[in-house]
Design a protein around this ligand. Structure first.
Ligand SMILES: [Zn+2]
Length: 375
């Protein structure tokens, strides 16, 4: 264990079915193989999230990485069972059962929402930009009212109507069955997790094929090109719903926030600059202040660390679709990050200040008259 790698004893046997033994003489890599494209484990009924397997695959020893998926699963499972606390496994298992219970009882209203149909969902200008997949094409449809806040037209009115009706249908089902659903996050009392209602696959496609092409170009420094999991939900605002949302950062690398409708006043998003963990409570520079008014069908994309909140929705009802996109690679690599992450406004300010100070210190040295002696 001297070089920090996870030690696997060669004689360890498999818990799986007892008739096969993997001779584990290899060790995990210390750093991930970021060139390797991991397999999908989504279809397997596993005790841990399938994302965990895809992430861990990058750390497999070189001799193991091209083995059949089944062999890799067994190997990784051995490691996970040794290092992951029971509590976490139970939580994951319970959530899987919870989701299964909803999906097997809930009758969808619009089945076409549950698979990705780009031409039915998105406006033509967006589809054209995605198919061209070039920065200049994205720039043509994107407005950037403040650095790092990208807005563009995304959803067709028909898709918005279907989603509104589907969410009404969820709510009706929840009321009728008295099913206790988990709300999207710690801050919203209303709204629903779309992934729990069977929309996970469709939202995976949305992230991979439609959001990542953009985040790869605009947010590469926060894992925008390696998004590999998401949390997808809707939030509802209005007089008898949540009214506003306090100042916060998201548990995401990149957030997509699209207004779905319907009629409302108020509810503006306010942004106050991007901050790293250390600087989340520091002051705001004037150029970081932005208020944004939602328009149905229009999307906003920003870094998860971009501080923001939502003002009160003063009349009507507002429904927004949120997709928190995450990168396990970025989260892993963040542990080794440099002193001043380039996405943090405060870090950049401090860095500039430090540079200015050292330049003026040099100037003082240079301007000293020859013959001056230190006193
Ligand atoms: Zn910082």
């Amino acid at each position: 264990m001297s070089n920090g790698v996870v030690d696997q004893k060669p004689e360890m046997k498999l818990a799986a079915n007892g008739n096969s033994v993997v001779a584990v003489s290899q060790r995990l890599r210390l750093n991930p193989n970021t060139d390797h494209q991991p397999e999908s484990y989504e279809d397997l009924k596993l005790e841990f999230s399938h994302f965990l397997f895809s992430s861990l695959e990058r750390y497999l020893p070189p001799s193991m990485i091209n083995e059949p998926r089944e062999t890799k699963v067994k190997y990784m499972l051995q490691i996970l069972l040794r290092y992951s606390p029971q509590g976490e496994r139970n939580r994951f298992q319970r959530h899987k059962e919870y989701r299964q219970k909803i999906i097997s009882n809930y009758q969808p209203l619009h089945r076409e929402l549950y698979n990705m149909h780009p031409t039915n969902f998105f406006v033509p200008s967006f589809l054209k930009a995605i198919s061209e997949n070039k920065e200049e094409s994205f720039r043509k449809i994107i407005t950037e009212p403040s650095p790092g806040i990208l807005t563009f037209e995304l959803l067709q009115p028909r898709f918005c109507e279907m989603l509104l009706a589907e969410v009404d249908n969820f709510e009706k089902w929840v009321r009728e069955t008295k099913f206790r659903i988990m709300r999207p996050n710690t801050m919203n009392k209303y709204g629903a997790v779309l992934d729990d209602f069977g929309l996970e696959t469709m939202l995976d496609r949305l992230m991979e094929d439609f959001i990542q092409p953009i985040s790869r170009v605009f947010f590469p420094e926060v894992g925008g090109s390696t998004l590999d999991s998401h949390h997808g939900f809707v939030v509802e605002y209005g007089i008898d719903r949540d009214v506003d949302l306090g100042f916060h950062v998201d548990d995401s690398e990149v957030t997509l926030n699209v207004c779905v409708g319907k009629q409302f006043t108020g509810g503006e998003l306010f942004f106050r600059g991007v901050r790293c963990e250390k600087h989340v409570n520091t002051g705001t520079q004037s150029e970081e202040v932005l208020d944004y008014s939602h328009v149905p069908g229009r999307a906003v994309i920003h870094r998860g660390r971009h501080r923001h909140g939502a003002r009160a929705t003063t009349s009507g009802h507002r429904l927004n679709l949120l997709l928190w996109c995450r990168s396990s690679v970025f989260r892993e690599l963040k542990k080794y990050q440099r002193e001043f992450p380039e996405f943090c406004g405060e870090c950049q300010r401090l860095k500039k200040e430090r540079q200015r100070q050292s330049i003026s210190a040099i100037k003082v040295e240079v301007l000293k008259k020859p013959g001056d002696t230190p006193s």
